[in-house]
Design a protein around this ligand. Sequence first.
Ligand SMILES: [Zn+2]
Length: 137
Amino acid sequence: MPGMNGHNLRARQLSDARFASIPTLVITGQPLDDSARDSVGAIPILPKPLDLSFLFAAIEEVTLPPHRSKRCGCGRVYDSESWQKLARLAEMDNGRGVGERLELRQCPCKSTLAWELGRHALSVRVPTAAESGDPET
Ligand SMILES: [Zn+2]
């Protein structure tokens, strides 16, 4: 991209409502600190060299309708019920600035997965495992 790096492109995309909801993922050869990671929103970030199984999982993540299922790069697939049993890490805005929220949970393979709580709508907060009485957390 002449005259623009990936961070600038993503910032411009998120600043324009016409483009903010375009499914996006990042493929980078650069190490990302927390600040750089947060700046792109909670979208899949894949390191180079690219692992095709992670690429396919990431494409599915950004293109499937929300709340159907979540596939980790390790191959595990979660529906809304099995998702609730994973260790909850955080809830965050997805960075698009339109009220979309993501819940982050940890797969047993130690990957962090994001579940979209609401698309272009105020989210309904999902109870944590501790709040729902799950003894595993
Ligand atoms: Zn996994």
